[in-house]
Design a protein around this ligand. Structure first.
Ligand SMILES: Nc1ncnc2c1ncn2[C@@H]1O[C@H](COP(=O)(O)OS(=O)(=O)O)[C@@H](OP(=O)(O)O)[C@H]1O
Length: 408
């Protein structure tokens, strides 16, 4: 008798828990309150019919007012901009569906109205679609392209940031994403080094949606140092353009080691790992943080498969000192209009690094996270000098290969 009673209370308890969960999950959700307006140089702001088609339109969107509302602008070639204001409104749910009886706020607040008016303030007729100089104005105001008349698709990368690890690859990607013609995957995909057996359709599924004319960028710094990757990339993405960020290999080694420390992979002191145990002063070139900085060796593997002209080298030091100048060269290499300029950056003194004035999605200032810009463990001057001497011949070889002296 004891067992069934226990069983009953157990089942009853589970049932009660499930009902509570269902009540909470099913109770509240959000719906959007939409407000469509036609604005344009010759139009005052006014209501537009919701079912109006937007021929050859370009849709842009940006969050407003702490991300609870959005402005979407549909620009067409007839000097008209249609703006939609969408607000996230809480609504009561009944069995997974929103109950629309929750009162909504039909009018956008005045500051949003102003924003909508500003959308139509310039003349979209002056130039067609994305190539329009006008587009820059929208990009500068934090708008992102969400659609054109073409279909968005997941396209294989046109550009790969191949490395080098701990040289500023994340910063380069974050900065490039500001460009409206760039679409990039967030996390590192590791297709060519770890997951190649999963096939191209798997790879494609990890890449973002993009429109025709936009460039898809993927960054996995391990590609640079993994043998076999250049041949795979050549086979699958033969006309891909490659971006390589490099930084003083000694600093890079310390940065790499610091990352290992943070992941508890390396607990022994740097010096113990960097030198061959039996011969103090002899650099252990097999150790990852050291071998990762032998740029000439790794680059040669890429040059066996790709012409020099398809590889652009970015200075990691300069990416910190003058990000706009580096981004200018990258945009030129990728054949993009120069959208990313000085005005997109500010120097955050606390972080000690340049940050973005506006992130591509939220339109808010954005610095890289705390895993970027860590302080490195101190090493003795002697260790530093030994490493410097060790890298010197490799560095010179690298300068020759790329035609650029980085003065490390
Ligand atoms: N703007 C900005 N903000 C923060 N950090 C910046 C920036 N520009 C370059 N860096 C340098 O980037 C280093 C990390 O390099 P990666 O992004 O290539 O690292 S990773 O390989 O993806 O883990 C990181 O190395 P650490 O300083 O060792 O953390 C930074 O020095």
């Amino acid at each position: 008798m004891l067992l069934p009673r226990r069983l009953c209370s157990l089942v009853g308890g589970f049932l009660l828990l499930f009902l509570c969960f269902f009540y909470v999950v099913d109770h509240y959700d959000y719906q959007f309150d939409s407000h469509l307006a036609v604005v344009g140089p010759e139009y005052p702001i006014r209501e537009a019919p919701q079912d109006r088609p937007w021929p050859r339109s370009l849709a842009l969107t940006r969050p407003l007012l702490n991300d609870t509302s959005w402005a979407t602008a549909h620009l067409d070639n007839n000097a008209t901009a249609f703006s939609e204001y969408r607000k996230r409104m809480p609504c009561k749910k009944k069995y997974w569906r929103c109950n629309s009886s929750v009162p909504t706020d039909p009018e956008p607040p005045p500051e949003v109205l102003q924003e909508l008016e500003a959308v139509g303030g310039s003349d979209p007729s002056s130039s067609p679609m994305l190539d329009a100089p006008l587009w820059t104005q929208y990009a500068d105001r934090g708008y992102t392209v969400i659609g054109r008349n073409e279909t968005a698709a997941r396209r294989l990368p046109h550009v790969l940031i191949i490395g080098a690890k701990k040289s500023g690859t994340r910063a380069l990607l974050a900065f490039l994403r500001v460009h409206p013609s760039i679409r990039a995957s967030g996390p590192e995909v590791h297709y060519f080094d770890r997951f190649y057996s999963r096939g191209l359709s798997w790879y494609r599924s990890k890449l973002p949606l993009s429109l025709e004319g936009q460039l898809t960028v993927e960054k996995t710094p391990a590609y640079f140092t993994t043998p076999g990757v250049p041949a795979r990339v050549k086979m699958d993405l033969p006309s891909c353009r490659l971006l390589l960020v490099v930084r003083d290999p000694v600093t890079r080694a310390l940065s790499d080691y610091t990352q290992s420390l943070s992941k508890h992979r390396a607990r022994r002191p740097f010096e113990e790992m960097a030198f061959v145990k039996s011969s103090p002063g002899l650099v252990n070139s097999e150790w990852g943080p050291i071998s990762g900085g032998l740029y000439a060796r790794h680059l040669q593997r890429w040059l066996d498969h790709f012409p020099r002209s398809s590889i652009h080298v970015v200075s990691g030091e300069n990416l910190i000192k003058d990000p706009a100048a580096e981004l200018c060269r990258v945009q030129e290499f990728l054949g993009l209009r120069r959208v990313i300029t000085e005005k997109h950056f500010f120097f955050n003194v606390t972080k000690g690094f340049p940050c973005l004035v506006k992130r591509e999605k939220s339109g808010r200032p954005h610095c890289l996270g705390s895993s970027k810009g860590r302080s490195h463990p101190e090493v003795s001057r002697e260790t530093y000098n030994i490493l410097r001497d060790f890298y010197r011949p490799f560095n010179y070889k690298f300068y020759k290969m790329v035609g650029q002296n980085f003065r490390w």
